[in-house]
Each structure stands twice: as C-alpha cells, then as structure tokens.
Design a protein around this ligand. Structure first.
Ligand SMILES: [Mg+2]
Length: 202
C-alpha cells in the first residue's frame, strides 16, 4: 500500500471506476511478441503506434489481421479471481463503471461475454482504441469523466500496466495498480497496489 489507510479508504469510496480490460478484469492471454511477429512488426514496439506509422495501404490488411487475432483471443479470455465480487459490489453501490482499452470494440464485447462481465459495462462507457488517442494519453478517461460529469477526486483508474497508471495520473485521478505478478514494477505510479481485485473490497 502506498497511501495511508485513511486516504486508501477515501479512494475506495469513489463513485466512478475506470478499468483497463486485458490483464486487469481478465487473464492476459496476449502474447504481444508473437502478435508483432505475425504482423511482421519490429520487436519491442507498441503495436498500435507501429501500425499507425505505416502507410495506410500497407497498414489496412494488418489492422484487419490484428482484429482477427484479438477476437480469437477474446473468446478464450477468462475472468480474474475476485472480479465478479468487486464489480457486483460497486454496482450495488451505484458506482459508474467504464473501460478504457487499447483493444478493439468487437474484441471487448467478445471478452466481456466470454467472462460473463458484460452486464456491468454499458457500451457507451467502453472506450476502445478507435475512441481517440490510446493510453497512456488521458483522453478517453477525460471523455468518460465528462460523460459522467465526474470530478477528478471521485474517479479511480484501475490497471495492470504502466500505461493505465500513467493515463490515470495524466487525467488527475487516483490510480490502482493490480500487480498480479507481485513485481511492484509500477508501484510508483499507483496510489494503491493490490494483488487481487477483491482486496479492494473493504
Ligand atoms: Mg492490461
């Protein structure tokens, strides 16, 4: 825990929760190195940015290939332990729930359906990679906050990766790092770190 108990409790009482999807709500099955290799992209570079830099004619079939790979992976997704308990509790409390993901909307739908989590996320509160600049840019988070008319100090961003936490910080909201691998790799970007989502139920 990187904040004292009082501010932790205050953060957990917030009414607006924005989640990353892959690896946060669901088990990460993406092997990004393999996807890069399949698409013929150079190793180590973020996929969306690499595709965006290609000439459109060259990029178009690769975007389609990426969509197909992702939908296939989405159908194999499984929920992380504790996710249903957390979402059900937040839902009961009347919280607004949203997703900001670097994934495509069609694979978000498939993933949520496969994991039986779709009921918690109205589609208007899902910001996919076609909704403007991807994380770590804060744009999609700010859009959700505007939709909800939410003040910064009533919002949390929950994610398992650096970009999620950076996007949260850039939007000026509290950040929660779900560190399933117990590496504490990005703890410095988080207000709260947990190793299971149901640790957020106080
Ligand atoms: Mg993730």
């Amino acid at each position: 825990m990187t904040v004292n108990q009082a501010s932790r409790a205050q953060i957990l009482k917030r009414q607006h929760w924005i989640f990353d999807m892959d690896g946060t709500l669901t088990h990460a099955v993406h092997d990004f190195d393999k996807i890069r290799a399949d698409l013929g992209l150079p190793p180590g570079e973020p996929i969306l940015e690499a595709l965006s830099r290609l000439p459109p004619k060259l990029a178009q079939p690769l975007w389609e290939q990426l969509d197909a790979i992702e939908v296939d992976l989405a159908r194999q997704a499984t929920p992380v332990p504790g996710v249903a308990a957390l979402l059900a509790t937040l839902d009961r409390r009347g919280c607004m729930l949203g997703i900001v993901t670097r994934n495509s909307l069609v694979s978000v739908r498939e993933t949520l359906r496969a994991c039986e989590l779709a009921e918690y996320f109205p589609e208007k509160y899902i910001k996919d990679r076609d909704c403007g600049a991807p994380k770590p840019e804060p744009d999609a988070l700010l859009e959700l906050m505007q939709l909800w008319r939410a003040a910064r100090d009533d919002v949390v961003m929950v994610g398992d990766f650096l970009y999620d936490l950076q996007a949260g910080r850039a939007a000026g909201v509290a950040t929660i790092y779900v560190d399933y691998a117990h590496t504490a790799q990005w703890s410095e970007y988080a207000d709260i770190s947990v190793t299971r989502l149901d640790q957020l139920l106080t």
